[in-house]
Design a protein around this ligand. Sequence first.
Ligand code: BES
Ligand code: MN
Ligand code: ZN
Length: 508
Amino acid sequence: MTVINVEKGDITKSPSDAIVVNLFEGVASPEGGTGAIDKALGGAISELIKEKEITGKLGESTLIHTLGKIPAKRILIMGLGKREKFSTSVVRSISGHAARYLRQKGIKHAASITHGAGIGQLDTSDSAQAIAEGVTLGLYEFKNYQSKKSESSSNEKSLESFTLIEQDEGRISALKAGVVRGSVISTSALLARNLVNEPANVVNPVKMAQVASAMAQEAGIPIEILGREDLMQNEMGAMLAVSAGSANEPQLIIMEYLGDPENPENNIALVGKGITFDSGGISIKPSASMWEMKGDMSGGASVIGAMKGISELKPKINVYGVVPAVENMPSGTAQRPGDIIRAMNGKTIEVDNTDAEGRLILADAISYIRHTKNVRRVVDIATLTGAIVIALGHVASGVMGTSQTLVDAVLSASKSTDEKMWQLPLFEEYKRQNHSDYADVKNTGGRPAGSITAALFIGEFTEGVEWAHLDIAGTFLSEKTTGHMIKGATGVPTRTLIKLVEDLAQTS
Ligand code: BES
Ligand code: MN
Ligand code: ZN
């Protein structure tokens, strides 16, 4: 892992292999740290701007050699784009890009200015946090199974340190705090990415529970794991029905962080779908892209990641992390379309389609945590519907819920993390689509508004609590590597869950 440091000093005197500076689009003479470097180089950067070889366009990266004019060997100039559109999201993204660029050049020790902080465009700590996140998330690789060494594990190409250099003593503590936050939060997201990228023959329900246990032990938080016998004792018929076709035992994972033990009612339950593989069951999926369903536990992975970050950042609030981990397989013991099952809360469900399994396991996981704790708020996170991909593509996750306050808190958190989200309505009129002729409710609502009817099904089990639901079926994977995103698992929405919990701790 790349170590991210903060050091007091003059950036023009840093003896690093490369220094990262920046440029806004349309600026003729650079300011701040970039200006200082430009001056030390006798105007080399301004010259490149004059010649239109550097424009400051977002994501532009230019590497120049200093030829002994300053102690650092190279300068990397990152384009920040338009000044009006500048934000911590830009910093996070260009930092990921810069870190990969440096690693690819074989650079080991880099220094950087804190983008936007010196010129007062961004809060110092926020910018440092975004840099730490961008570097950590952007350098991520999943190469556990390739015999050819990864870029970072071969000694030649690994960025060993990334140091923020600041002259003003008064800003050092804010920078350090930002770096720590950014490192904690992004490392939590990487835990989620790893779980999602691992194949389903490795990450089965028992393995997921083991990873959660290891995390909980390291974080010093309690964890409880229920197996098939326990689920039977609790009459969790919905979760058991989904697991019925699999040789892998289901696990209900309950992690607990008590940050406000004197006020037990100041709490939230994060409930993440943990389908370790979704074949569809008897309503089997087509084989094209079926491999992506190894990531159908992304909601659960983000909850495990978030619990790690929360227990390190220690907000004053109580958080239950709940992950029903189940494999959805077809077999002679699998549930069938048309089956009628009884969920833990007593409601009967007609299983119209065994591929609508996420809502079934979430129903029982929510009932269980409500039954065992006095839960005030529930946020569930699930790769729930293909319909959300049709509605919002791969850009934004869907948000729905019965508590607008909680939905607004989720949306607000997502703005600062840049894990984009958009609300869909839960109008009463949609409910009739889940009507069953044989049971209390049916597990499908037809093609129209498929994400909404899926959410409304979960809503049958959240009556009486403040509830929000995140459908991440379009955002759990990235098709390409760009900025702080790496092709494959995104770790979404781990960072937003941590921010949400911190925000709620501040307001309640
Ligand atoms: N896990 C899938 C949803 C999904 C689709 C996640 C694409 C990620 C990418 C979910 O269990 C599912 O199969 N949903 C069905 C529901 C339908 C049968 C009502 C769907 O969306 O087609
Ligand atoms: Mn499914
Ligand atoms: Zn699924």
